[in-house]
Design a protein around this ligand. Sequence first.
Ligand SMILES: C[C@@](CO)(OP(=O)(O)O)[C@H](O)COP(=O)(O)OP(=O)(O)OC[C@H]1O[C@@H](n2ccc(N)nc2=O)[C@H](O)[C@@H]1O
Ligand SMILES: Nc1ncnc2c1ncn2[C@@H]1O[C@H](COP(=O)(O)OP(=O)(O)O)[C@@H](O)[C@H]1O
Length: 283
Amino acid sequence: MSASLTLPAPAKLNRMLHIVGRRYDGYHELQTLFQIIDLNDRLTLSLREDSEIQLATPISGVANEDNLIVRAARLLQRTSGTTKGVTLSIEKKLPMGGGLGGGSSNAATVLAGLNQLWQLGLSCEALATLGLQLGADVPVFIHGHSAWAEGIGEKLTTVALDTPWFVIIHPSVSVSTPLIFQDPELTRDSRPITMARALQGGVSEWRNDCEAIVKKRYPLVAEALDWLAQYAPSRLTGTGACLFATFESEKDARTVAELAGQCWPTWVARGLNTSPLQDALGC
Ligand SMILES: C[C@@](CO)(OP(=O)(O)O)[C@H](O)COP(=O)(O)OP(=O)(O)OC[C@H]1O[C@@H](n2ccc(N)nc2=O)[C@H](O)[C@@H]1O
Ligand SMILES: Nc1ncnc2c1ncn2[C@@H]1O[C@H](COP(=O)(O)OP(=O)(O)O)[C@@H](O)[C@H]1O
């Protein structure tokens, strides 16, 4: 086996997101459709002779000890009892704290990649359960498919979604996930729906229960969303700040992206139903 692995860590969008309750520990019960998209960070994991865990490419603004890449590796080393080590490096493209799940995806790629590199033989369920300790979005990236998610995002059912083109923009503000979930005005009593009902809804009916609060607290998000919605159905992903508009054709997406790019960091991405991490490693 090769002593080094280079693997993608893709982003996700929440095509719809309902908040249906709040748990005793303060976490919120969600119903959401996660879609993996073809926008990736890339991680390289190289086996070491010693048992150190080293991050060769620190991320500006995130202390190495807090970095989900390092935390995932440490968690797996501790729970598996392995004496093997790793040097990790990342080519970071995904904006941080944007609702694209980049940090969680990095953690999932490290868990799945090290499971192989360290020859641990853990099941995907075991990796997803471990990952949940690092973030509510980690299990879907281990799962590796577009999914209907319930609970806090860990009860996953694979679904096949349409695979449109998205224009994704990042209004230049940072939205705090805990702050949005603490807001007294947040809708947290949406009526639970079935997965079949959610899938029937489609772009015209899908909504994100966090959107109203995020727009109210962050006027720059409201302004960017109003602008984007002129061109195509548009909404917030997760707790933001990223927004996405849905297009059937790549050409239309690129035309709008060119305009958006004059005001905000902008990406064009295609919806996927299987993650490139899943393609690379299987589950
Ligand atoms: C809401 C979602 C939807 O995808 O949005 P984004 O963070 O991607 O925007 C995620 O589930 C977020 O997942 P993640 O970012 O991993 O959240 P965590 O680190 O686990 O939690 C950050 C904080 O958000 C709150 N939180 C998070 C998830 C949840 N279901 N209920 C909550 O109340 C908690 O206060 C928690 O302390
Ligand atoms: N490897 C990492 N990549 C991105 N963010 C990280 C990482 N490690 C820790 N973080 C922290 O996690 C927070 C959430 O990151 P991210 O998952 O990218 O966003 P979101 O949860 O909004 O989709 C960031 O603001 C950052 O402080």
